[in-house]
Design a protein around this ligand. Structure first.
Ligand code: CO
Length: 150
């Protein structure tokens, strides 16, 4: 495993739409292992592949409910609304208020290519939505109100 450097806002890689994963191979596992090491070291709630310069639909989420590897994730249902503070490892030293669904239901593939169903609420749902936005080139600062330095 290796820690990868996190791309910062302003780099165009963060603004591209990512391609689906088609091969569940060792290259994917290496990426996932590196993303895990990186998000833990950076103490992030999640990390998306474009943040380490890889334009693939891969994200990890690191929350109280556990550690999740989401490959080709798609939100299939959402409910309610919550507004809260968000930050991002690619927008260092800032936070802002973002409205997100209170609950989301999503499909994704695990690292072995098995299709899975996920449910998340509260901060977990917020983290899933934030990371999925990255896969379409969207940053939380595009949606946030009251962005401030921390
Ligand atoms: Co982010």
């Amino acid at each position: 495993m290796a820690i990868r450097s996190v791309v910062q806002n302003g780099d165009e890689v963060l603004r591209k739409k990512c391609f689906p994963v088609e091969e569940f191979d060792e290259k994917l596992w290496q990426l996932l292992d590196d993303m895990k090491e990186t998000v833990i070291k950076e103490e992030g709630a999640g990390l998306a592949a474009p943040q380490v310069g890889v334009l693939r639909r891969v994200a990890v989420v690191n929350v109280d409910e556990g550690y999740f590897e989401l490959i080709n994730p798609v939100i299939i249902a959402q409910k309610g609304e919550q507004t809260g503070l968000e930050g991002c490892l690619s927008v260092r030293g800032m936070q802002g208020e973002v409205s997100r669904p209170q609950k989301v239901k999503f499909t994704y593939y695990d690292r072995n290519g098995n299709k899975c169903l996920g449910m998340a609420k509260g901060f977990f749902a917020r983290a899933v939505c934030h990371e999925l936005d990255h896969l379409d080139g969207v940053l939380y600062i595009d949606k946030a109100k009251n962005i401030e330095r921390v």
